[in-house]
Structure formats: C-alpha cells, structure tokens
Design a binder for this molecule. Structure first.
Ligand code: ATP
Ligand code: MG
Length: 400
C-alpha cells in the first residue's frame, strides 16, 4: 500500500467566476512547472480540488515541493483503492501510521455511491476499530483529532486522505502582475521579494554592482539569493546594473552628507527605466522603517521623490527579528550572511544625513546631469534568466 496522490485545497477563495478560473489555471501551471523534473507526475482538477497524481514518485518529497507553491491552503496524501472493505481498511491504517506522532484520530466516511453495501456510519466504526486494533496508545478524538481520516466511496473508486499539511497560502504567482525587486545581498530584500510573490506577484530582480569595488563573489551571492527565491516563484529574470561610474560621479560631485540619498535616488530612477521597458508596473524594496539612515521617514520621502511608481515595501512595519525568522524559513538567511562588500557600504560616508531635505537633494543634483549616465547604465546592463529547478532528489544526488 502506498500513497498515490496528493490532494490540494485552495482556499483564499472568496474568488469567483472568471478570477477563480484564472487562479486555478495559474496554480495548475505553477505546480506543473515546479514538478516538471519528475517524469511521472500529473495534475488533475476536480470541481473543488486539485490532485497531484504521483505515478510512483516519492510522496513526501513531492509534498515538500508542493508546500512551497503559493495559492495552496492545505494538502493531504491520498490513496485511491477499489471499493473493497478490506482494501479501504488497509489504506486508512496506512494513512494513519504515516502521520508521525499522531496519537488521536477520527474517521469521516462518506458514501457517494449508494450501491456500496456498507453505510457511512458503519464504515466509520469498522475503519476506526481496524486502526485501534492495529496500533498502540492511540485513541479516538472526535473533536480535535491529530488526524482526520477521510474516506469517500465514489462511483469510480474509494478515496482515503490523511492529515492536513499546511500549504504556503497566498495567491498563485502570476495572478496579480509583476514587480521589479531591488535585490541587494542583505537579509531584507529577499524576504521582501518572498512576501510580494506570496501575494501572487511575478518578480524580476535588479541589482546594482560596482566592480572592482564589489567582487564577483558579492555578485554571485545575489545570484544565489535569486536562485533560492525561484523555489517559491517561477523563473526570475535578474538585471545586473553597472553602477561604478555613477557612484564615482556622486562621490566626486555631490556633498558627502547627501551621497547616500542621491545614490538611492539614482537606484530608483534606473529601476524605473528598466521597469518601464519590461512593462512592469511596480517596484519592491526591503526597506524597513527606522532600520538605518536611509530608512528614516525623511530619507524615504526624499528618496521616493524621484519616482511616482508604486513601491511595495512589505517589511516597512516589521521588526528585524521577524524578518530574520522568515529569511531562515525560506532558506535565504545563510546566503545573506555570507560576508561581502555592497556597493552602498563601499561609497557611503560614515555619517550620512538621517534627515536629508528634498530641496537640497534636488539642488545638488541639478548641478550635474545624471540622465545620460542613467541611460548608459540601463543599456549596459546584463540580463540573466534563472530557471526554477526542482529535480528529484535522487537525480540531484547522483550529480555529486
Ligand atoms: P537589505 O538587507 O535588503 O540589503 P538593508 O537593511 O541593508 O536591506 P539598505 O542597504 O538601506 O537596507 O537597502 C534598502 C533597500 O534598497 C534594500 O532592501 C534593497 O531593496 C535596495 N538595495 C540596496 N542596495 C541595493 C543594491 N546593491 N542593488 C539593488 N537593490 C539594493
Ligand atoms: Mg543592504
């Protein structure tokens, strides 16, 4: 006996009509893409659920992959058997035993096929007894069971599902548009990107680097972060912007106290150009109020002034510890804490203004025209497409 399917419940769904259809299609597409490395897998849709048909692939491995896909509320392993009392009992016991640490259960049987000779109430009792007799220290709890074994006898077959595993929640990536993530090598921006993807947004990423002041290792770090983020979304296109010239010009021509503010303004202006070109309607940053000099209210206002693009700041009101916890969960933390030089730390003065005035920033910038430099940086950028790459673990290990 083995699980042969994973049942997917998608809940957020006050979604109706056309939206719901779009949502379902996108979820199915994202799942298919995520699992495309597994040869046997098929995705089936019924009226209110989706099923991943395993065709012999490892159930727990596929479950872990599916748990990273946004738009899913919860999942359960499932077994499809012939409509035979003995087989159903065996499947239910298997499903219960698979749920580690489970001590209590209840059976909820439903008989859609009224030709099936055993009534639901009797099925509950028969299956419950079978589980109790074949386990130790296990009891029935009808109110808060560790595992609710659902048994449904339908026309075509009987279906037995195990306990609920939590899904990633949110909306399927691609259902709510695109955003350009300003991705640094720090802890915050990958978390900001993750939270934005969770709301159904497809990301592209933009990174500013300043060789030779920043190294290939610093750049690789950013690519590794973006690659890790593909685990939760689809492919991610990364735009690498050569930023050295602009930073040198800021360093030469702008007052030191304003160099950080002006550098950030340049980042936004460049990002807006790239976003427009890619037909992306918003930008996302990892800014969090009060964290550093550039993230005071005055700073954010003065920096923001150069664009009227919507900027998504999922972390703006979050505490650092909570941000760190998420970065651990999503596997970006260990990459983010690798030592590296960041284009901001290289050029930034020891004491940047924490309350830069917009009039002053405008005035200083008006003495030097950055327009050409911005267009040049945009046109000389490098574009790298990172593919979401889930592969069967077996195959992956064989590579080493
Ligand atoms: P992070 O941990 O994301 O680097 P931070 O707390 O270090 O954030 P800052 O360095 O002030 O904060 O950066 C604020 C935001 O500006 C970042 O979250 C990121 O979105 C963007 N940013 C900073 N440096 C870069 C860079 N080199 N390339 C792209 N975006 C950047
Ligand atoms: Mg940073």
């Amino acid at each position: 006996m083995k699980f042969d399917q994973i049942m997917i419940r998608y809940g957020e769904m006050a979604l109706k009509g056309k939206n719901r259809k779009l949502f379902e299609q996108r979820l199915q597409g994202n799942l298919m893409k995520k699992l495309s490395g597994y040869a046997g897998i098929k995705i089936k849709k019924t009226r209110d659920h989706m099923f991943v048909v395993l065709n012999g692939e490892d159930a727990h491995e596929i479950m872990q992959e599916c748990q990273k896909v946004f738009g899913i509320q919860s999942l359960s392993f499932a077994i499809r058997t012939e409509k035979d009392e003995e087989l159903i009992k065996e499947a239910a016991l298997y499903a219960f035993n698979d749920a580690e640490d489970a001590r209590t259960f209840k059976v909820s049987a439903k008989r859609t096929d009224k030709q099936f000779p055993v009534r639901s109430q009797d099925l509950n009792r028969i299956i419950g007894t079978h589980v109790l007799v074949n386990t130790e220290d296990v009891t029935v709890d009808v109110h808060h069971p560790d595992v609710e074994l659902k048994v449904e006898v339908r026309q075509d077959a009987a279906y037995i599902t195990s306990k609920n595993y939590p899904g990633a929640g949110g909306l399927p990536v691609g259902t709510t548009g695109k955003s350009l993530l300003l991705l640094s090598g720090g802890i915050d921006s990958p978390v900001a990107g993750y939270l934005t993807m969770k709301r159904g947004v497809q990301l592209e990423a933009i990174h500013f680097h300043s060789p030779p002041y920043t190294s290939d290792r610093a750049r690789q770090k950013v690519m590794d972060l973006a690659q890790q983020m593909t685990e939760y979304g689809n492919d991610i296109k990364v735009h690498i912007i050569p930023f050295t010239k602009i930073q040198q010009k800021i360093h030469r021509e702008m007052p030191e106290g304003y160099s950080m503010t002006i550098m950030r303004r340049m980042m936004l202006r460049i990002s807006e150009e790239v976003a427009k070109e890619q037909e992306i309607l918003s930008m996302t940053t990892g800014e969090s109020l009060g964290q550093v000099a550039s993230q005071t209210m005055e700073s954010m206002s003065t920096i923001n002034e150069v664009t009227n693009y919507p900027i998504i700041r999922p972390l703006v009101a979050m505490d650092k510890l909570d941000i760190i916890n998420i970065s651990r969960e999503i596997g970006t933390y260990d990459i983010s804490i690798r030592p590296y030089e960041d284009c901001c730390t290289v050029f930034v003065p020891k004491a940047p203004k924490t309350r830069p005035k917009r009039e002053k920033a405008n005035f200083y910038e008006s003495n030097s025209d950055f327009t050409e430099d911005i267009l040049e940086a945009v046109s000389e950028r490098e574009i790298i497409e990172l593919k979401a790459q889930s592969k069967p673990k077996q195959e992956f290990e064989d590579l080493f």
